[in-house]
Ligand binder design. Sequence first.
Ligand code: NAI
Ligand code: CS2
Length: 492
Amino acid sequence: MINKKLQHEKIVANGYDGTELTAGIVHIGLGAFHRAHQALYTHETIAATGAFHWGICAANIFGGQELVQDLQEQDNAYTVTEMNPDGSRTVKLATAIARSLAVEEDRRPLLEIMSAETTRIVSLTITEKGYCLNPATGELMIDNPLIAHDLENTHNPKTALGVIVAALGQRKAKGRLPFTVLSCDNVPDNGKRARAAVIQMAEAMDKELAAWIREHVAFPCTMVDRIVPAMTEESFADVQSYLGFADKGAIVTEAYRQWVIEDHFTMGRPEWDKIDGAMFVSDVQPYEEMKLRMLNGSHSILAYLGYLAGYETIDACMQDEQFVKVTRHYMNHEAAVTLEMPEPTDFASYAEKLIERFSNPGLKHRTWQIAMDGSQKVPQRWLNAARTLLAEEKSLAAIALGIGGWMHYVSGTDEQGNGIDVRDPMAEQLKAVAIAHQSEPAQLVKAFLALDAVFDPALAANEHFVAAVTDAYNTIREQGAKQAVALLAERI
Ligand code: NAI
Ligand code: CS2
């Protein structure tokens, strides 16, 4: 039964209370995004189709234990507040999560559910770093300590990859069909990368299992889009003041959403395309690249330059005309021109829609949040476009400014001399580079570019690229990020 407080006149309830569900989907990564995107899509699909066997069992394997407890206290039901650009909001009740699990130490309860007959899909939002891939090459980082642990502890692995391999091994042993692995992270070719990572992991554990996975398991690619900022005390308070009660599982997002899914599932899938914004296609790649370069690439430019300029949120950046001008220029002249789409695409309208979405005053999306894990995000958001622009002898001034901003940011000190809380799997290495070369900017830029987990050697050796990044880095160093953006805005 849904907690009574969530049955409320201001909440769109959508018809069922969750008790009739069985978990056809196991989701790993019960964070903000899953609740506002896949779990809501699934909720609305079940409400529309009555397919109660597509309930979700959502698990956290790294952190997020408190959220699981909070959700369990309200029978895993929670509200999704959609903030419209005009300031109005729609609050929806989501009840597709049939069960939630916190499996911090012992992964075996999760493995049991993943190998159950009823589980047909294992979906993931485990962040870019959760795939343990070298960001520049996409290869599994076999010497990553977590991977090394899993290769020794195949029955109680720590990583999502290890858990997937172990669960597939159990299904094979029991003669069960394999579930489909559905990556919903902002990773290019996310299905292909997840497949390569899982197969490489399996190869190191059990070659026969690896061959079975290669032959039988589907890893569809997806493009996922919905801006979902991490909840803050202010956003919880705002939801509470609107609803009149506290919802510890609440999430606040925009009205916009999109989900493009490669239609390749071995044990069926919900009819997600019954719901607005979701569609099944045969090839996701062009949509995914467009979104990664246009939306996420802009986000990262705004995150690094905006943070250094003292803007706490993306909507605050968008109140600065120079930031808007540089973002628009980046999208139209450094991202869109590098994309190849299967059909004519109106990039300029897409860019304007993104500017509208970024400007939504109802979304307090912190620049600090987006700046997180930059070593994993920079290659896929900017560097493919950079390579194309260099080959075509086109300017990449906005990308160079983004990279220069990233280098300042990960050095760990802001323009006022305050420390920056840099969250990144490579944080220590990045800081060491900055400290070693702090008095020689040109060397510092070269040393950052020499990090081959982020920049490939050919790019790092390209003199136009090095010159553009060095110039951007120095401008920020001498004039500050806000002025560096203004100077670029004047030139474009
Ligand atoms: P979040 O911080 O709320 O949740 C992160 C989730 O990832 C948690 O469930 C955590 O347990 C899990 N996680 C972290 N490191 C992990 C690891 N090494 N292995 C396994 N699980 C791990 O973040 P949020 O907003 O849910 O975003 C998660 C991912 O979803 C993003 O990294 C991105 O790839 C994707 N995404 C997010 C969007 C957003 O606007 N928030 C929109 C589109 C995609
Ligand atoms: C953001 C994305 O955190 C980030 O790095 O750029 O999570 C962004 O909000 C989503 O991709 C929007 O779909």
